[in-house]
Design a protein around this ligand. Structure first.
Ligand code: NAP
Length: 303
């Protein structure tokens, strides 16, 4: 199979935050689309997008998608249904619609009903991001060497799926296709639960009566500091992730709570062997992630 079918003629990106802006930069840098059109619900974001040169910025969602052969929804997961409803009547036959949402079953549920016959839906999730949001946070290399997971429904046009996969590969990503429900379970443990834990631990530290706020800032070495970075992630985006991946997150949270109780017991009973064996296993997992090229050792990172 060829790696790069022909680039898209007219790519429309709806939602010009971190992900949408990064797609705009990367698509133009790699020639993955001839024209890039952008739209955001916020007039202020549209103005900033013009200043940043994120493409031809449309004033209405209908103008944005007119004649587009590829439309990417880069809005919070809870907003995709409304956007799909608004663009549906203006889409061109044969166009491909994709998204970037961190939850995938809800995308099929909320977007598919609004798309006219002959328009293909190929949901995608670039597993790449930062804790920053807004158009100024975007950069062209965000997707390089990162996975992008495609979750088309059964029976989706194979050529449309191949074109979307080729698009992400042109932006530097590695692609994988899987069932939306499986995606949501995998991401519940690898991304959603870690964020929930980060939000909660920062809240717990904030609530501690015996530790002052200045001490939390002053002594936030290593562990806690890393949690605060994750807990600074966009509130609206993460609200929508938990509202839309409820079952998988609750299942993983149940398992996590059981394992935490086992650790609590090991500490209470002074079970050194259990603690050390676990910490050795988890260190191996960290090494595996580095060997897989999905992160680099802290001492090699730029500050
Ligand atoms: P973001 O920086 O907050 O950008 C989202 C943009 O969409 C904002 O400018 C927002 O405007 C706009 N928007 C909201 N509702 C809209 C609507 N109905 N029509 C048009 N524009 C609308 O968020 P992001 O980080 O780019 O995330 C976008 C999507 O990518 C989310 O679905 C998220 O789950 C997914 N994702 C994020 C990451 C990450 O690390 N951030 C990674 C992978 C995937 P307002 O600010 O005015 O509401």
């Amino acid at each position: 199979m060829t790696q790069t079918p022909q680039p898209f003629q007219r790519l429309t990106i709806i939602g010009l935050g971190l992900i949408g802006a990064s797609i705009s930069y990367a698509a133009r840098q790699h020639g993955a689309a001839e024209t890039v059109v952008g739209y955001d619900a916020s007039a202020d974001v549209r103005r900033r997008a013009v200043e940043l040169g994120l493409g031809d910025i449309a004033e209405t969602v209908a103008d944005a998608v007119r004649d587009a052969d590829f439309v990417v929804l880069a809005v919070p997961v809870g907003a995709v249904g409304g956007v799909a409803e608004a663009i549906g009547p203006h889409l061109t036959a044969g166009a491909i619609v994709s998204d970037t949402g961190s939850v995938k079953e809800s995308i099929l549920r909320d977007v598919a009903p609004h798309l006219p016959e002959g328009v293909h839906l190929v949901p995608s999730h670039p597993v790449a991001g930062t804790e920053f949001s807004g158009p100024e946070a975007g950069f062209a290399t965000l997707f390089e060497k990162r996975w992008c997971i495609l979750t088309p429904a059964e029976g989706t046009d194979a050529a449309a799926v191949a074109r979307v996969a080729a698009f992400w590969r042109a932006l530097g990503s590695k692609t994988e296709t899987m069932d939306a429900a499986h995606h949501d379970r995998v991401l519940a443990i690898t991304s959603h639960l870690p964020h929930l834990i980060a939000y909660n631990i920062v809240r717990t530290a904030e609530d501690l009566e015996t530790v002052t706020e200045s001490e939390v800032f002053k002594y936030s070495a290593g562990g806690f500091r890393d949690f605060t970075r994750i807990a600074a992630s966009d509130p609206v985006m993460w609200r929508d992730v938990f509202l839309n991946n409820k079952d998988a997150v609750l299942e993983m949270l149940g398992r996590f709570t059981e394992d935490l109780s086992a650790l609590q017991r090991a500490i209470r009973w002074g079970d050194a062997e259990t603690l050390e064996a676990l910490f050795r296993r988890t260190r191996d997992i960290r090494r595996g992630i580095i060997e897989a090229g999905q992160d680099e050792p802290e001492h090699l990172k730029k500050s």
